[in-house]
Design a binder for this molecule. Sequence first.
Ligand code: AMP
Ligand code: MG
Length: 445
Amino acid sequence: MAIAEILCVGTELLLGDVLDTNSQFLARELAVLGIDCYYRVVVGDNPERIKSALRQALGRSDIVITSGGLGPTADDLTTECIADVFASPMVVDPETLAFIEELFRSRNLVMPPSNRKQAMRPQGADILPNPVGSAPGIIWPIGKEALQKAAIASEYVAQDSVNAPYRVILTFPGVPGELKAMWSETAGPYLAKHYPSGTIWSKELKHIGIGESALAEKFSHLLELSNPTVAPYAGRWECRLRVSAKAATREEARLAAQPVIDEIRSGSGVTLYGEDDDTLESVVANLLVSNGKTISLAESCTGGLITERLTDLPGSSRFMHSAVVAYSNEAKEKFLGVDQSVINKYGAVSEEVAVAMGKGILAASESDLALAVTGIAGPGGGTEDKPVGLVYVALVASVSPGKEPLSFVRKLLLGSRINRSEVRYRTANEALNMVRLFLLEPSSL
Ligand code: AMP
Ligand code: MG
């Protein structure tokens, strides 16, 4: 089993100016190839620290992948540092030089002398071509002797890398588009060929209405498995169980994961709302369409967020009827027909007003369902009786013409420790989930 290490070079990453998306891309690609990634390191544009990180990586990983530091400027040092570690001279690669010169010529530009640097490689390394930019990388297989000569501790030996070099270094520029193109054209196929270690297949099972620890407890016996593995993750007011299996092919891995997925599916009940790319809103939208239902919204404290999440979906006109953001008491009366006396008696943030808002938009729109939300998003505006984070969500459903609609209300106490946007987002989740439960299993509401 081969182990890879990702080493990203760039002070901008350490300063937080640029998000390290290359690591995410590389880590996912390695997982697809079934190569384990044990370490991800970020280091600034400093030669001593780059060399030290390289030595450490080469001591404990078969495959060292670097990103960044291949440009023509003085702060781009990755290749020189690698050459330095192995006391290997930098040599000009004539083909690369011709390629870069031609690139400038084709753009009617004169190549600045500094770009010559990009055609240099350590003696012994091969060029990793860059199909979309001027800076190529290198692929450099390193033998055990070279590692010893460089005084790098090399006790770590891969278990089954029969046709693989002892170590290999692959370098990429930091520009994400270039890194991706180089990966798919050259580096990915190279690693797949030399480290045929199977592949990982995984599926996410998304839950709402249950906490991460409760979910983990429910399936604790599965969390101990080693292949497939099951791991819980907390998301944004939802949580997920990721089932991953490793096998020689994707199909074998998928089949190995299947019994565990089935067990989670049957043991989850209504908290399991979707899988992989499903979102709560996409699941609700599909349920509305498959049940032939339309919905309208009356939003106060969510300010249109639920409507936005639903109408972000292509084809939303099939289920979305209308929406009103009724923020002031006056608007609740004028647009939704909420009686001022109800507002005066119970307050704008109350079960009664939430239901009245829902009934108001249901009657005006003649849609099948209505969601209404009223609450205190904070940070100000809370009282002892009605604290920040108090929200009422009403789901009102028409039964048949002339009959009083059904209504369901949820009181949420979200607390004052989460900020305004989280109160709104979480409220939207709860509201969407009410629609989901109503369409799936009304008794669970
Ligand atoms: P470099 O190859 O170091 O000259 O990097 C070129 C540009 O790529 C930088 O200015 C960053 O904007 C971007 N970049 C560098 N490293 C990363 C990374 N790990 N993830 C995403 N973008 C990066
Ligand atoms: Mg850089």
